[in-house]
Design a protein around this ligand. Structure first.
Ligand SMILES: *[C@@H]1O[C@H](CO)[C@@H](O)[C@H](O)[C@H]1NC(C)=O
Ligand SMILES: *[C@@H]1O[C@H](CO)[C@@H](O)[C@H](O)[C@H]1NC(C)=O
Ligand SMILES: *[C@@H]1O[C@H](CO)[C@@H](O)[C@H](O)[C@H]1NC(C)=O
Ligand SMILES: *[C@@H]1O[C@H](CO)[C@@H](O)[C@H](O)[C@H]1NC(C)=O
Length: 446
């Protein structure tokens, strides 16, 4: 009897011990599970496949993605993906992040089409994504379904502008960045391009960003030289491989899929690309120079303007046409080493049209990128702070091109030799870069 009692007690103890240990194990393992943040539940590692293209088609949609940036200026959203979306096929999208190697849960995206579409089927679009908690996101991708599985070929965009504390102003790499949207066709205006870039440099520009779809052979050589020394940043822009880009601005007149080779996407991308590194961004065309008329350089002009107009994010500069059919009569800058080079010699064109009161004279802009959210070509769509129209006595755009007001005679134009004020440095600098590109006419070199 005693033996049986002892055995029962032992069995009972064994039962209790087993039960307690199972209980402890269950509780502790469920605790452990709970301490794993949500985003680490999924086991796949990421990013599997990072896009190395400037234009990345979003799989199973008609849309194109360009770049993803951290942007915490809009409440509730942390990431802005700039893309080109087909307006008639916009569907809900979900953001999934790669958080330092592990996959996140999905969050619903907010899709914001830019208001300027000029009737084209494709439009510049911002996709805004909230990052889930406890996720230090390095990459982002978009999915048509929430929590849908990640295919192994899912393509990821790297997230840029991830600096945590915004550097103080002094630490910015550049004071001025010029953003030039799309270079396309066989554009080969070498002389004007070299003169314009050297003029920018004298005015204090530190970086020029250009989106290259295609260009002529001599200009290609010059672009290579400028990008070698870091003054020029060339972003490949093969939009024609994805869409039928329009060479014009209005769908009803020019047809095609998207306004001017996707100019609005590139201009916006350039602002975000410059946000962490440049104090100001200039948005102007390849044949335009934003020229201070009372200061030697852009910085001293901006210091004055900022003092007079604090908290201004957008400075509007009026366009002024210098018709290329009228030549300066003395031929002072008709230099032998430039003869035969493709393109316009801007120093030979000193007659300026007075903007007529009746005609529309579009502005171009100097922006503080951190105060701008969305831009169009001649105006900013969403920004913080004020905007200010800079008087033409202080600053004009020098734009050498075909005449706008064709009927004006020479006597009705203003003589404007502002570019000549810089000739002592400008001419040798232009010669130097043309020589490096192997483009200088040898007759002029001796
Ligand atoms: C996020 O990751 C970056 C490197 O990718 C690191 O520098 C930063 O400290 C991380 N932030 C946090 C909060 O872990
Ligand atoms: C896109 O999806 C198709 C199948 O739906 C797949 O074959 C292809 O590899 C995917 N491409 C990318 C870049 O994810
Ligand atoms: C920006 O301009 C200031 C003058 O206001 C100058 O001291 C500084 O060196 C410039 N920075 C760069 C990166 O050129
Ligand atoms: C510009 O793009 C065209 C077309 O892809 C290419 O042939 C050319 O080399 C590019 N030029 C530069 C300077 O990147």
């Amino acid at each position: 009897m005693d033996e049986i009692k002892g055995l029962r007690r032992k069995l009972f103890l064994l039962f209790i011990i087993t039960f307690v240990s199972i209980f402890i194990f269950t509780v502790s393992s469920s605790r452990r599970n709970r301490s794993i943040p949500n985003h680490r539940r999924a086991t796949s590692i990421c990013p599997s496949h990072v896009s190395d293209q400037t234009i990345t088609p979003l799989n199973n949609t008609k849309h194109l993605l360009v770049s993803a940036f951290k942007d915490q200026r809009v409440k509730g959203f942390d990431i802005r993906i700039i893309g080109v979306f087909r307006r008639d096929s916009i569907q809900p999208l979900h953001c999934r992040f790669c958080c330092e190697g592990s996959l996140s849960i999905t969050t619903p995206a907010n899709i914001l089409q830019h208001s300027d579409n000029f009737g084209f089927p494709f439009v510049a679009t911002d996709v805004m994504c909230p990052i889930p908690e406890n996720c230090n996101a390095t990459h982002v991708t978009l999915l048509p379904q929430p929590e849908s599985g990640i295919a192994s070929n899912q393509i990821w965009l790297p997230i840029r502008n991830r600096k945590t504390n915004m550097d103080e102003e002094e630490k910015l790499q550049f004071n001025f960045t010029v953003c030039i949207s799309n270079l396309f066709g066989d554009y080969n205006n070498v002389l004007q391009f070299a003169q314009t870039l050297e003029m920018y440099r004298l005015l204090g520009v530190g970086r020029v960003v250009i989106y290259n779809t295609s260009c002529g052979p001599e200009l290609d050589r010059l672009l290579q030289i400028y990008s070698q020394d870091g003054f020029l940043e060339i972003v490949p822009w093969p939009i024609h491989q994805h869409l039928n880009p329009s060479k014009g601005w209005l769908f009803s007149e020019h047809g095609g899929d998207v306004h001017y080779f996707g100019q609005l996407a590139t201009l916006n991308e350039c602002i975000y690309r410059s946000m962490e590194r440049s104090r100001y961004v200039l948005l102007n065309d390849i044949d335009e120079i934003i020229m201070p008329y009372q200061h030697d350089n852009l910085m001293s002009m901006m210091n004055m303007l900022e003092e007079q107009h604090p908290n201004t994010g957008v400075f509007l500069i009026k366009n002024h046409i210098f018709p290329k059919k009228h030549f300066e009569p003395s031929g002072r800058f008709h230099l032998p080493q430039w003869i035969g080079l493709p393109g316009v010699n801007i120093l030979e064109h000193i007659y300026r049209e007075e903007p007529s009161i009746n005609a529309y004279h579009p502005h171009k802009m100097i922006l503080q990128p951190r105060l701008v959210e969305q831009t169009s070509v001649h105006e900013v769509i969403k920004h913080m702070g004020n905007h200010f129209q800079v008087p033409q006595e202080i600053c004009r755009i020098i734009h050498v091109r075909v005449a706008l007001q064709r009927a004006l005679t020479l006597e009705e134009l203003n003589v404007d030799k502002r570019l000549w004020d810089f000739h002592e440095k400008l001419v040798p600098n232009v010669d130097k870069v043309l020589k490096r590109a192997g483009l200088l006419n040898s007759e002029g070199q001796g």
